[in-house]
Design a protein around this ligand. Structure first.
Ligand SMILES: Nc1ncnc2c1ncn2[C@@H]1O[C@H](COP(=O)(O)OP(=O)(O)OP(=O)(O)O)[C@@H](O)[C@H]1O
Ligand SMILES: O=C(O)c1ccc[n+]([C@@H]2O[C@H](COP(=O)([O-])O)[C@@H](O)[C@H]2O)c1
Length: 196
């Protein structure tokens, strides 16, 4: 069985915080592979704040292509929106019986987890690896999900896609907060600019 970590996200856009985390967990969880699952529509996010899904996917491919143990998954592109994680997990397990999937998620997301669609079913069937994000204190006791959730320490960069979008919106050059090639892609495609 291939131990596979699933990093679900909107990746709006992908930034070096995502890559650093995936890299660290690949080595220290450890995982044989980390799959970046690009969600076209997070059930909790406004459609209007998201760049087109195809361009977000393209950026994730561009950013991760250099690492053979990173895979990009567009399975949710052919599934109903919004993207409910339980449906994707079930589909993945059917398609890849030789993989043992774990969900990787930040403490920001685990705090809303009880409101996720069929969250109990996720808990009962998939290990969840949670890492703390600044401002979202979490430990095995306060998640209330202790039995199924493993909290891991990972070095984190205090960067978010929101910070990137806001900066770009203010004409800031944030080239080095983004994986190689992504800043140029964003400029070329005219994403996240005041006029777009
Ligand atoms: N700097 C970071 N370090 C570690 N994990 C991160 C970081 N930024 C995001 N993540 C995690 O990556 C996953 C996908 O995140 P997402 O695409 O929502 O990025 P985000 O930066 O949180 O975006 P936004 O600011 O738009 O909400 C989530 O589990 C999130 O917790
Ligand atoms: O399944 C749900 O009910 C659910 C509720 C909230 C978020 N999610 C998923 O969690 C992932 C993280 O989203 P984001 O936008 O914070 O990167 C993304 O894949 C969402 O579709 C899933």
């Amino acid at each position: 069985m291939k131990k596979t970590g699933l990093l679900f996200g909107s990746f709006n856009p992908i930034h070096i915080g995502h890559l650093a985390l995936a890299n660290y967990l690949m080595e220290y969880a450890p995982f044989d592979e980390v799959w970046f699952m690009v969600s076209p529509q997070n059930p909790f996010k406004e459609h209007s704040e998201l760049a087109p899904a195809d361009q977000r996917l393209e950026m994730v491919k561009l950013a991760t292509g250099i690492e053979p143990k990173f895979k990009v998954c567009d399975l949710e592109f052919d599934m109903p929106v919004p993207s409910y994680t339980i449906n994707t997990l079930k589909r993945l397990s059917e398609l890849h019986p030789d993989h043992q999937f774990s969900l990787i998620t930040g403490s920001d997301n685990i705090l809303t987890f009880p409101r996720w669609h069929k969250s109990e079913e996720i808990l009962n069937n998939y290990p969840i690896v949670v890492y703390p994000r600044p401002g979202y204190e979490v430990n095995e006791a306060n998640t209330g999900l202790s039995k199924f959730v493993k909290v891991v320490e990972a070095p984190l960069l205090d960067i978010s896609s929101t910070l990137i979008r806001n900066g770009l919106n203010n004409h800031k050059n944030l080239r080095f907060l983004l994986p190689y090639g992504i800043f140029d892609f964003i400029l070329k495609e005219g994403l996240y600019l005041p006029s777009s």
